[in-house]
Design a protein around this ligand. Structure first.
Ligand SMILES: [Zn+2]
Ligand SMILES: [Zn+2]
Length: 350
């Protein structure tokens, strides 16, 4: 049987896509479909979760150092069904639901060869310029970037991507049995990191957020909740690790709750504000291990897909709104302006 069984192989064709043209200028328009090559699969997209980076691009045309200079399809938290496979890919994959790992790597640079592919020197990522993302009807990906799931529906399969951020933070912070962990930021990433930390066997989770609604939405995930960073025995003392998921540098002002030698994983993209000067003094004196976390490294996405598919996590609790593809502009605007939203989904297929 031909590896490309379904119709349309190699044909251009067009489909609906959500294109960012300028700040807050979103247009749903026809775009040509990508060609399918060797070792690639075509995924008919079902759902995309909106993420902080999508909202940054939507609001400002930039996210950290990345700037949108040409019309761009947003979205990188995608899931769908494989509808077509290129040469070299097992045809059994057709029909399977997959979570899409959006970062594509070269496999040859020194970082890839060192096994640290999330730091690839030539990497690209769906929804980051110049690479179109998943707010459209289909996407072509390397086979290695799609992770089959069996139990998840499309919406929760789209949450595998942010869960992978959480699993990578847990690994970077070397969380294990009996650890006490403080998590700053109770948004989707903080909540998914908490769920992953719990499965890793931590004995205590403290969760911090300045927004009462966010803390309330994390109910059941932590052991204690704080509206500001605890600085002493208020956290029970002896915190082994901090997962910083808020992006607010002020969080690092007073880390008196940490034990000496604690690990600090920086997960949230830091706002461009000064780091409190006391932080470096304390980090030096008490030998904190400060660990950057960029997306997810080797094995973390696979682990997230397996965990999610095992049913041992409640991912659905994060989904607060869903919109059809044609209303993606409204979805982005609402996600940006309504802070009570956790995870907004855009559905590419009904
Ligand atoms: Zn994301
Ligand atoms: Zn590379």
């Amino acid at each position: 049987m031909s590896a490309s069984a379904s119709s349309g192989t190699g044909t251009a064709g067009t489909e609906l896509a959500v294109v960012l043209h300028a700040a807050r200028d979103i247009r749903v328009q026809q775009l040509s479909r990508a060609e399918l090559g060797p070792d690639q699969v075509r995924v008919a997209l079902e759902a995309t979760g909106l993420c902080g980076s999508d909202l940054h691009y939507y609001a400002d045309m930039r996210n950290g150092p990345n700037v949108v200079t040409a019309p761009l399809v947003l979205g990188h938290e995608g899931a769908g069904r494989v509808v077509e496979v290129g040469p070299g890919v097992a045809p059994e994959l057709v029909g399977q639901r997959v979570a899409i790992e959006p970062a594509m790597v070269c496999g040859r640079c020194p970082m890839c060869r060192a096994g640290r592919y999330n730091l690839c020197l030539h990497g690209t990522c769906l929804g980051s310029p110049p690479t179109h993302g998943t707010l459209r009807q289909s996407v072509v990906m390397p086979r290695a970037n799609v992770h089959p799931v069996r139990r998840l529906d499309a919406g929760t399969a789209a949450l595998v991507e942010p869960l992978a951020v959480g699993t990578w933070a847990v690994r970077r912070a070397r969380l294990g049995l009996g650890d006490r962990v403080l998590i700053t930021g109770a948004g989707p990433i903080g909540q998914l990191a908490a769920a992953a930390a719990r499965l890793a066997g931590v004995s205590w989770i403290g969760m911090v957020d300045t927004a009462p609604a966010r803390l309330a939405s994390a109910d059941g995930l932590a052991d204690e909740y704080f509206d500001s960073v605890p600085t002493d025995g208020g956290a029970g003392g002896g915190v082994d690790a901090l997962l910083e998921c808020s992006g607010a540098p002020e969080v690092l002002a007073d880390l008196g709750a940490l034990r000496a030698g604690a690990r600090i994983a920086l997960v949230g993209i830091p706002a461009r504000r000064p780091v409190p000067e006391g932080f470096l003094i304390m980090a030096q004196r008490y030998e904190y291990d400060v660990l950057g976390c960029f997306r997810y490294g080797p094995g973390a996405f696979h682990a997230a897909a397996e965990l999610a598919d095992s049913g041992r996590l409640d991912l659905r609790r994060l989904i607060t709104a869903s919109y059809p593809l044609a209303e993606a502009g409204t979805a982005l605007h609402t996600a940006l302006t309504d802070r009570s939203q956790l995870k907004t989904l855009v559905l590419s297929a009904p």
